[in-house]
Ligand binder design. Structure first.
Ligand SMILES: Nc1ncnc2c1ncn2[C@@H]1O[C@H](COP(=O)(O)OP(=O)(O)O)[C@@H](O)[C@H]1O
Ligand SMILES: [Mg+2]
Length: 232
């Protein structure tokens, strides 16, 4: 489903090249929920952004649904990302001048789906995350946890092959964090959505089926926590 092969990456400034990821290899099976765990600066966001096609690695291959996304040109990559990849940001990234429902619909607007289809689908996803009654409100009228639930619904609306989330509970208190993790687990179970979730908290990672641990740009451990997930 998702495979990273011999990926290395460095950031360059005027003077030097700073290596950030070293020979990363990993496989994520369809329908699993994977945590990418590591301390601040270990390279989690960089790896996630590479896997989501937001950046190109210096070296290596990244396969999603049988396509090496590193090889895709800008236009085809944008199209591929729209139909195969979902993303959940720590800071939600909702548009403040659109209603909750319109935010959830937005990815389908870019795909040319008809308004009535978009609306039905958005309302059904808002139902799934417990926010149907808030559909007509604006993001600023919701709590942080509710805004993140909207962004989860938005990430699901194109039925992507995989959803990447960068510290999705990073701005939330512990109780709300638990709520969000529970929702993601239920969506993973019921819709068989594949999730890769970045966190620096071991307690969050332990609730995922697979934990990949990054240390100073190297993948140092892969722990499989539940039966039914294939070992590497
Ligand atoms: N755009 C960038 N330019 C230069 N260095 C960067 C950039 N993004 C990240 N880095 C560096 O790469 C390393 C890994 O960063 P990051 O992937 O954000 O780690 P994490 O998400 O685990 O905290 C850090 O040392 C960071 O300073
Ligand atoms: Mg980060």
């Amino acid at each position: 489903m998702l495979r990273v092969e011999q990926v290395s990456h460095a950031f360059r400034n005027a003077k030097e090249s700073v290596p950030v990821l070293h020979d990363i290899n990993l496989t994520v099976e369809k329908g699993t929920m994977v945590a990418l765990l590591g301390s601040s600066g270990s390279g989690k966001s960089t790896l996630l952004n590479l896997m989501a096609g937001l950046m190109k690695p210096d070296q290596g291959k990244i396969w999603i649904a049988d396509q090496d996304i590193v090889r895709l040109g800008e236009n085809r990559l944008a199209e591929f990302r729209r139909s195969h990849i979902g993303f959940i940001f720590q800071s939600y990234e909702l548009l403040s001048n659109l209603t909750v429902r319109e935010n959830v619909e937005l990815p389908l607007v870019f795909m040319g789906v008809s308004p009535s289809k978009r609306k039905t689908k958005a309302l059904s996803l808002l139902e799934q995350v417990g926010l149907a009654p808030k559909a007509a409100l604006f993001p600023s009228q919701l709590s942080g946890g509710q805004q993140q639930r909207v962004s989860i619904a938005r990430s699901l609306i194109t039925e992507p092959s995989v959803i990447f989330a960068d510290e999705p509970t990073g701005n939330l208190d512990t109780e709300t964090e638990e709520e969000i993790i529970t929702i993601l687990q239920r969506l993973n179970r019921e819709m068989r959505t594949t999730f890769v979730i970045v966190t620096h908290e071991a307690e969050v990672a332990e609730q995922m089926q697979v934990v990949l641990t990054l240390q100073q740009g190297r993948l140092v451990r892969e722990t499989v926590q539940q039966a039914g997930v294939k070992e590497k």
